[in-house]
Design a protein. Structure first.
Length: 356
């Protein structure tokens, strides 16, 4: 169902004084958040991207569990939450997408999940003054994700800030919080978060103006932190003692402080994969400025798909400065993973066969 036009006036006006939504000219008191609840969350397709937390009255609750709502907050009926949700009227993106250049890359400065190219992109963008701040997902002592502001390359020597956390992270709420504080922001996210960002940028020009670099991460699935923690603990692996988590060749691997490893087939983790991931077909973050992942490169390298000119400019600068080592990316392998994700996540989902 299309969103009634009169609900959202932000398409034509700049929300300069967010979160105060005085631009909703025809507020609809029927509470449009109910549409999100029924058609996205209860329909089992919410990606937990957090874009809807732009809500000016904080009615939408994004915690380490499925999205929730607090109607006591008093909905203004502005309709923004529905307007920016990438899963409302969902039409899945897929494939490898357009790109200017594909390379395998390894940063000579940072230690990351793979080749630390995500960190290198943000560090170089900060050095070039293309951005003032980058939002990174760090981890606490229990491997719980939290968002940090990175303002200089030196901060990225901390390996708790670099590296993959296989849990939903509240990057979007933090973006909403800082959008008026910084002129030039770097954003990193899973494909669903990049889709949320793009929809937001279309609806609210302030985000279009201020988010200057969007780095997308390849992604097959994610987890709620507490479910991941409990699941691994029940199998004998305590994330409290972990220094790295990785998904490689169908296995989830936890590396501990003492160098030992715990390995479990990802298939066994199927029961804790959130339902919103089951309808997701975007592996390569097709809407990002640059997409980075593990598959398609040798160990220690990241696969980098440079999609937009802003990212190309940053990449050329890091090569010129000698910050990175580059090689050939195996695009066919990336393509295979893109196809695989479409195959395992049909949308609309296939009907379960009746027992009768
Ligand atoms: C949930 C998830 C699933 C993934 N699945 C795949 C996959 O199936 N195949 C594949 O090839 N690659 C996958 N990746 C990407 C891969 O794990 C690496 O992140 C990527 O190769 C970049 O490595 P790097 O060394 O260049 O990044 P780094 O320089 O180490 O930087 C990575 C940065 O990503 C950010 N980040 C970490 N966790 C999250 C998170 N949960 N949400 C948002 N941002 C985060 C952090 O800010 C971190 O510093 C996945 C990533 C995530 C977060
Ligand atoms: S953004 Fe908040 S106030 Fe506006 S419709 Fe949604 S729930 Fe209501
Ligand atoms: S998909 Fe994202 S924007 Fe939509 S309801 Fe879920 S968290 Fe909110
Ligand atoms: S599979 Fe990845 S991109 Fe898709 S909804 Fe889950 S976390 Fe988001």
């Amino acid at each position: 169902m299309a969103l009634p036009k009169e609900w959202v006036s932000i398409e034509v006006k700049e929300l300069e004084d967010l979160p105060c939504l005085r631009y909703a000219e025809k507020p609809d008191r029927r509470s449009s958040w109910r549409l999100l609840k029924e058609r996205v969350v209860e329909a089992g397709i919410c990606s937990h991207c957090g874009t809807c937390t732009i809500c000016p009255v904080d009615l939408i609750i994004l915690e380490d569990r499925p999205l929730d709502f607090d109607p006591k907050k008093g909905c203004m009926g502005c309709g923004v939450c529905v307007a920016v949700c990438p899963r409302y009227n969902y039409s899945p993106l897929s494939g490898i997408g357009d790109y200017i250049e594909a390379v395998a890359g390894k940063s000579k400065r940072f230690v990351g999940q793979d080749g630390a190219m995500v960190s290198e992109f943000m560090a170089t963008a900060l050095e070039m003054k293309e951005i003032d701040v980058a939002l990174f997902v760090a981890r606490d002592e229990m491997f719980r994700p939290y968002v940090v502001h990175v303002r200089s390359a030196e901060e990225l020597y901390d390996t708790r800030i670099t590296g993959t956390k296989y849990s939903f992270a509240p990057v979007m709420p933090e973006l909403h919080r800082i959008i008026k504080r910084f002129d030039k922001i770097g954003f990193i996210g899973t494909p669903c978060m990049i889709s949320g960002l793009r929809k937001l940028q279309k609806k609210v020009p302030l985000y279009e103006k201020r988010v200057r670099l969007a780095v997308g991460l390849f992604c097959t699935e994610n987890f709620y932190w507490h479910q991941l923690y409990d699941f691994l603990k029940s199998r004998g692996a305590d994330l409290k003692n972990a220094v790295k988590t990785d998904i490689t060749k169908g296995n989830f691997i936890v590396t501990f402080k003492d160098g030992s490893e715990f390995v479990i087939p990802v298939k066994e983790m199927e029961p804790i994969v959130p339902e919103g991931c089951h309808v997701c077909q975007d592996f390569s973050a097709v809407e990002a400025d640059v997409s980075v992942g593990s598959v398609g490169s040798d160990p220690g390298f990241s696969t980098v798909l440079i999609r937009k000119e802003n990212a190309k400019k940053i990449f050329d600068y890091m090569v010129e400065k000698g910050y990175v080592e580059t090689g050939k990316a195996k695009i066919k392998v990336v393509q295979r993973l893109c196809d695989y994700k479409v195959k395992i996540h049909p949308y609309p989902p296939k009907e379960e066969k009746s027992q009768e």
